[in-house]
Design a protein around this ligand. Structure first.
Ligand code: NAD
Length: 687
């Protein structure tokens, strides 16, 4: 039941556009009322143009914005007097409409007006809301929806049959409302709700009232039958689900990422488990989208995987590729049957995957995209449930769905996103990412577009960095994972955490390290073993887990070792460190040999003397190295600078730059290599 959240005091504090901004954010607080990126609101207000003349303006939400976070700048302002003559026309193409409305814009540098602008302009009310509430769409999508609305609202509701948004729909709505003086709402078949009012508050309260009435009506009409025809497969216990998901997600990701990498998200919520495991889900889920707004994010139908837990995880792993292929073939057929000659097929893989007992997996170009698909499919389940309660859920025909999915005005919304980075859709693990070279690398890979999991024993440092990455780059772009790379079980568990968060891994940077310096006769066995454990053994454990995953995922992979100049050149009083670093380099070469056949590249970077931001150099290592060279600790920077051919110091960002190159497609033909990042140390030249 949507709560009436209107608060006069808060509305007074947010007077922008006569309460339009306040109302819009209030409506979108409830995602069962306003879809993410969907819906639109407007206000018709008198204002001043750029020369100070009084002018009637239509303020309408910009195309593709999200109402939950909208500000005044998210609305376009159009000269109403130039729009209203369109009421006398009988037809207008989308291109003509966009071109025309763009010329009505009173203020440049505003977002492009919503594709449903005319719907708002043609209604005489001062304030108009167009939303997609679950309960109202349940009626709008029910087979006898028009009759149900008549029974519920009588003359208060105008019913308009489905047609794609644009000029014609706007005309139908306007004519319907003008012919129904008692109307205070419009239900658009298979689409959504329109309400209006003379004040922002009246408009908002009419929207809330219509939804409440629809919900009560549905509750009162629930027939005796079980929703979704009862349970076929109950949700598995959480631990069992997760065990299966960790083996199944990489296989799924590898299969649906054939054209471009996808990030996956799981949803094990109660409504999703109930729907996916219901008797009715296999058939019901294939009827079609619950709202036109969902289509570009969820595709017309999800992939429903026929499987029961009794069959076991191997059967599921084996079935997924053929199920995905069958989906892609059906999608290509749908495209061919509905396309216009100039259309280009989008990737044919599912965005929503339902698996009885396990729940739902959604796919996106990034974590945010997967989250949007997930949110929207929750809405779809709620709508299907409502329709089934009052009658029978129906959806757009395949051609109607296609005309939305491939509608240039809908696809325009996707173009508003920033251009994808080189590692977009990729998932990277950086060990020892909480400090120094690891932290700079995590930042750099995130800037390249990757989702970055930071493995470290420094929880607070990893968390702070993950928050920073998410804040800077968006939902889910940073993930802190407590992991001691010397602990076999912890390493395996940490990879499982990443798989459950993103579906898989593409880039692994093995970097976590310590440094101990002592002459050989003073090196304790404990220090020797500890150095070997964190460096050589830690690198082995991380690599082994990455390889295990990559063999299931079948998307190749890129493994990068942060080795050292000391991997190739011995230095005084650091025998354990030098030996461990040399072992890493040879391990990398060995793994390059093993990785080749499965498309996994393994390379190393060899930094030297990266003093800035480094935990290693804050500890005893600085004193010990200075002592080894017979200089004072504060002279080390200059000492190392002079030691290089280029006479420079090396910063963590320089190492991160080399890792960024090796991680992605620019180094697609490079494996088994070692790249020095040391300012030029002659003794470390590779040969
Ligand atoms: P740093 O101390 O700043 O960072 C190392 C990180 O590794 C820390 O966050 C630490 O908490 C983490 N870590 C340590 N032990 C761990 C464990 N068991 N499990 C998980 N995380 C652990 O060091 P840095 O200078 O950034 O060095 C990073 C890597 O670069 C190391 O492998 C080091 O050998 C190598 N390297 C550094 C230099 C340099 O001059 N700084 C030069 C060449 C190579």
């Amino acid at each position: 039941m949507p709560a009436n959240l209107w608060d006069d005091a808060a509305a007074t504090r947010q007077p922008a556009l006569d309460g339009l901004v306040y109302r819009s954010t209030l409506l979108a607080r409830d995602r069962s009322v306003v879809n993410i990126y969907g819906g639109n609101t407007s206000a018709k207000l008198t204002g001043a143009d750029h020369v100070g003349r009084s002018v009637d303006l239509l303020w309408v939400k910009g195309s593709g914005g999200d109402m939950a976070a909208i500000t005044e700048a998210g609305f376009a302002g159009l000269r109403l007097a130039e729009i209203l003559p369109l009421l006398d026309r009988t037809a207008m193409t989308d291109e003509e409409m966009v071109e025309y409305l763009t010329r009505c814009a009173a203020f440049p540098n505003r977002p492009r007006q919503s594709i449903e602008t005319l719907l708002h302009a043609f209604l005489p009310a001062r304030h108009v809301d167009h939303t997609h509430p679950d309960a109202v769409i349940s009626l709008a999508c029910a087979r006898d929806g028009q009759e149900l609305c008549r029974r519920l609202w009588g003359p208060r509701a105008v019913w308009v049959d489905y047609t794609r948004p644009g000029f014609t729909l706007s005309l139908w709505v306007s004519r319907g409302v003008r012919a129904a003086p008692k109307a205070d709402l419009v239900v658009m078949g298979k689409h959504g709700l329109i309400t209006w009012g003379q004040s922002s508050r009246e408009c908002y309260e009419r929207t809330v009232r219509a939804i409440t009435e629809a919900e009560e009506f549905i509750a009162g009409h629930t027939r005796g039958r079980k929703v979704f025809a009862g349970t076929a497969v109950p949700g598995l216990p959480p631990a069992k689900r997760r065990e299966i998901l960790t083996h199944m997600l990489p296989v799924l990701r590898g299969t649906i990422s054939r054209q471009r990498p996808a990030v996956l998200q799981i949803d094990e919520s109660e409504p999703v488990l109930a729907f996916a495991g219901s008797e009715g889900a296999a058939a019901l889920s294939q009827i079609g989208a619950a709202c036109p707004d969902h289509l570009v994010h969820t595709k017309r139908v999800p992939l429903f995987v026929t499987w029961t837990p009794d069959e076991g995880v191997e059967a599921l792993q084996a079935r997924l590729p053929s199920a995905v292929d069958a989906y892609a073939t059906a999608y290509a057929r749908y495209f061919e049957e509905c396309r216009k000659p100039s259309d280009q097929m989008r990737d044919p893989y599912p965005r929503v995957i339902l698996i009885p007992g396990l729940g739902m997996v959604t796919a996106g170009d990034d974590a945010q995209g997967a989250a949007v698909s997930r949110q929207l499919y929750h809405r779809a389940i709620a709508v299907m449930e409502g329709s089934q309660r009052v009658g029978e859920f129906t959806s757009l025909t395949p051609q109607e769905a296609y005309d939305i999915e491939y509608w240039p005005l809908e696809l325009y919304k996707l173009t508003l996103r920033p251009a994808p980075g080189e590692l977009a859709g990729r998932v990277a693990v950086v060990t020892g990412g909480a400090s120094g070279i690891g932290r700079a690398t995590a930042r750099r890979l995130a800037r390249d577009g990757a989702h970055v999991a930071i493995f470290d024993i420094n929880d607070a440092g990893a968390k702070a960095l993950a928050d920073e990455l998410t804040e800077r780059h968006g939902t889910g772009r940073g993930l802190a994972v407590r992991c001691d790379v010397t602990d076999e079980g912890a390493v395996a568990e940490s990879f499982r955490t990443v798989v459950l968060a993103y579906g898989g891994v593409d880039v692994v940077v093995s970097n976590a390290g310590i440094a101990l310096s002592a002459p050989i006769d003073e090196t304790t066995l404990r220090d020797w073993n500890r150095t070997m454990e964190v460096l050589s053994t830690g690198y082995f454990l991380i690599s082994r887990e990455a390889f295990r995953l990559w063999k299931e995922q079948r998307m190749g992979g890129s493994l990068i070792f942060v080795a050292s100049k000391n991997s190739v050149v011995a230095s005084r009083n650091a025998a354990a460190y030098n030996t461990a670093k040399a072992a890493e380099l040879h391990l990398a070469r060995s793994l390059a040999e093993e990785g080749g056949p499965i498309g996994v590249r393994v390379n190393s970077v060899l930094p030297d003397a990266v003093l800035q931001d480094s935990g290693i150099w804050d500890a005893g290592w600085r004193q010990a190295r200075a002592a080894a060279y017979g200089i004072k600790p504060e002279e080390l920077d200059e000492y190392y600078r002079q030691r290089t051919v280029l006479k420079v110091n090396v910063l963590p960002e320089h190492v991160a730059e080399a890792i960024s190159f090796l991680a992605g497609p620019r180094a697609s033909r490079t494996t088994g290599a070692a790249l020095t990042v040391d300012g030029g140390v002659t003794s470390a030249y590779l040969r």
